[in-house]
Design a protein around this ligand. Structure first.
Ligand code: RNT
Ligand code: ZN
Length: 423
């Protein structure tokens, strides 16, 4: 590494500046290194999946815009992309797989037919990389989801189909967790909702509750499987009503001891996602985060190091809840290099966690308790110009991954040598 000396020196300087505030940066880096971030497989191919060679995202209130060349077209390309991404990141990652990404080997396998055999090669791959995995039922991009309803559908045949699908994903996820020796989170998100004023909301929600009760009848050891439920405020084409709202899932999760998934793009823009952490953690054991970036109608822009992600990380750290909050990413941008999108989003999330871990929380709390609010605000501002970038650079250096802008070059090289050759 060219600037190794400078990076080390900058770290030593920064270390001293943080030590003056009572922060041990070596310890902080140890803590940061223990955090696993779950990488969503679907940024690599625009949420298409591998059920057919030309599979594309359709419906579900989701939209991917852009047509940057080089998306992953099959299991091998996806694995190669994720491996590339991981080689450019310090710290630990997991893989978050959607059910449509099975290794179907050219066979048509409908969603109510998937079994562990379609995911065994993913488990073997994860074992080889020594990483954990998470899983998701795919309740969109399917003819039975075309009317906008899945688990809350009034058509019994369709609803049964989706119940079967989700049951199978739990079975598969439990087997993944068992084989990898780390619990697998199976996160249920459904698109169900309606574009315009909806009259019979009650029945749809009652149906969803009924479907979930049926799905969760089978119990799996918590060491293998953790169930999670993800709400949404609205989607494209479901602007007026979403069946799986925050209130619905929060009620369900608390009553049935399930995990709640908070997607940062799924709330009203003036709501602060960070503020939800300390409230939810008093009523559920664990949370799942889908770290994302909402922009106007889109809930899935590439994550950047912004105020929202910082506040989220601060609240996790301040609540001493790193072991109760599972961190996953969820964004999809097809307008830029997809590998670059992953690296930017993951590094931004790590930066936010690092920034939060470098906070002199003890000092801020003390000032707060004494009612010294000017001083509290002053320190919050002062921390913003402390050299946390030097700490992150050093973290990259000791992890043997590109420091600073060096990852850009690596991604350009991969684009030239690999991505640009995909048609
Ligand atoms: C959709 C949800 C969900 C999806 C993935 C593909 O709004 O955020 O998590 O992004 O399941
Ligand atoms: Zn999400």
């Amino acid at each position: 590494m060219k600037n190794q000396k400078n990076i080390e020196q900058a770290y030593q300087n920064a270390k001293q500046l943080y030590a003056d505030l009572g922060i041990d940066t070596d310890l902080v880096l140890k803590k940061l290194d223990e955090i696993e971030i779950s990488l969503h497989c679907w940024q690599a191919d625009d949420v298409g999946g591998f059920e057919t060679p030309d599979a594309e995202l359709s419906g579900g209130g989701l939209q991917v815009t852009g047509n940057y060349p080089g998306k992953a077209r099959n299991v091998e390309e996806l694995r190669s992309d994720i491996e590339k991404v991981m080689s450019l990141l310090p710290g630990k990652q997991r893989l978050n797989l959607h059910a449509i990404y099975g290794d179907f080997k050219g066979k048509k396998v409908d969603r109510d037919q998937i079994t562990i055999e379609h995911f065994q090669s993913w488990i073997d791959w994860a074992k080889k990389l020594n990483i954990g995995m998470d899983f998701n039922p795919t309740c969109f991009s399917h003819p039975y989801a075309d009317d906008g309803f899945t688990l809350s559908c009034k058509n019994e045949k369709h609803r049964k189909f989706w119940i079967e699908h989700v049951k199978r994903t739990r079975e598969i996820a439990a087997e993944i967790g068992k084989q990898l020796g780390k619990p697998c989170i199976n996160n249920i998100w459904i698109p169900d909702g309606s574009k315009d004023i909806s009259v019979d909301r009650y029945t749809h929600r009652a149906l969803l509750k009924d479907s979930l009760d049926e799905i969760f009848k089978v119990e799996y050891p918590k060491d293998y499987l953790k169930d999670s439920l993800e709400s949404k405020l609205f989607g494209i084409g479901s602007e007026s009503m979403v069946v799986g709202s925050h209130e619905f899932y929060l009620g369900y999760a608390i009553k049935n001891n399930k995990m709640i998934c908070i997607d940062s793009g799924h709330f009203h823009p003036t709501e602060q996602i960070g503020d939800k952490i300390s409230a939810l953690l008093l009523f559920v054991d664990e949370l799942l985060l889908h770290v994302s970036r909402g922009i106007r109608w889109d809930s899935d822009h590439v994550v950047i190091f912004n105020d929202e992600v910082q506040f989220l990380a601060q609240e996790i750290v301040r609540a001493n809840a790193l072991n109760r909050v599972n961190i996953a990413l969820d964004f999809f941008d097809a307008s830029i290099n997809r590998i670059g999108a992953y690296v930017i989003g993951t590094r931004a999330t790590q930066l936010a966690l690092l920034y939060a871990l470098l906070e002199p929380t003890h000092l801020l709390k003390e000032l707060e308790e004494k009612g010294k609010y000017f001083e509290r605000l002053a320190y919050i501002e002062i921390m913003k110009t402390k050299p946390f970038g030097a700490i992150y650079d050093y973290y990259c250096l000791i992890n043997n991954v590109p420091v600073g802008d060096y990852y850009i070059n690596e991604i350009q090289k991969y684009e030239k040598e690999v991505l640009s050759k995909r048609s």
